[in-house]
Design a protein around this ligand. Structure first.
Ligand SMILES: Nc1ncnc2c1ncn2[C@@H]1O[C@H](COP(=O)(O)OP(=O)(O)O)[C@@H](O)[C@H]1O
Ligand SMILES: [Mg+2]
Length: 231
């Protein structure tokens, strides 16, 4: 029997509290995020929508612990991400969070199989090769294990990226416009796969998208405008 990933006592996987992000540039202080409050349940799927420049990618990076907030807290399974030092945060991220980018971000010098093995090897898994091959078969790329990213189509590369993100069975999967570089039909296949894996593995899914149809398929939609959650 698969067990549910542990959540904190409130039943939330992720708790974002009063998160602000500002940066200074030549024209002064730029407020990117202002007082963001957000809770995400175990297995929940949520779409973050909003116009370009509204702060969606910044919020996703902060939830992933890749960027730091100026103020506020993010807790994953009750653990305050920014109470950890960078090494501890990286270790937690490797164990619990998968990230899928618009631009795939595969390592060009590694084959599809090696790209998917990498997070398993970093986690010290001895069965990395076998588990990575199984995961690639699950995303329909069982015949492409030895191929390098440059000989794969965009849709195939994004499926390798999905396999890499899901192979460690993360509690949380974050995706920033994962279909933004793909044509509509290919994007649809990648999205379907992401929703299927989300359901199969009990992953919480947070997805930034411009596509209303994709957003409508998530259980929740979170709208960001000028750095604030407005709906
Ligand atoms: N490191 C940074 N320095 C300066 N401005 C930034 C930085 N990161 C993001 N921004 C600005 O913050 C705003 C929000 O960016 P982003 O989170 O990428 O928005 P979105 O993903 O919704 O398009 C934009 O105006 C962007 O130019
Ligand atoms: Mg963005």
């Amino acid at each position: 029997m698969p067990t549910d990933p542990p959540a904190d006592c409130s039943g939330n996987l992720v708790e974002v509290e009063r998160v602000c992000k500002s940066v200074s540039d030549s024209s002064g202080l730029l407020q990117i995020l202002q007082d963001i409050d957000l809770r995400l349940g175990v297995r929940e799927s949520a779409a973050i929508v909003g116009t370009s420049g509204s702060g969606k990618s910044t919020l996703l990076s902060i939830i992933a612990g890749l960027d730091t907030p100026t103020r506020g807290t993010v807790r994953l399974e009750g653990q305050d991400l920014f109470a950890l030092n960078e090494d501890e945060r990286a270790a937690l991220r490797a164990q619990k969070i998968g990230f899928v980018f618009q631009s795939f971000q595969l390592l060009g010098k590694l084959t599809a199989l090696e790209n998917v093995m990498l997070p398993l090897e970093l986690a010290g898994r001895r069965d990395a090769r076998h588990a990575a091959a199984e995961m690639l078969a699950r995303v329909g790329l069982g015949q492409r294990l030895g191929h390098y990213p440059k000989v794969l189509s965009g849709g195939e590369q994004q499926r390798v990226a999905l396999a890499r993100a899901f192979v460690v069975e993360p509690a949380l999967l974050l995706a920033d416009e994962p279909t933004g570089s793909l044509d509509i039909a290919t994007g649809e296949q990648v999205m379907q796969l992401m929703f299927d894996l989300n359901r199969e593995r009990g992953t919480t899914l947070v997805l930034v998208t411009h596509d209303r149809a994709i957003a409508a398929r998530c259980e929740r939609r979170i709208t960001i405008e000028a750095g604030r959650v407005v709906a």
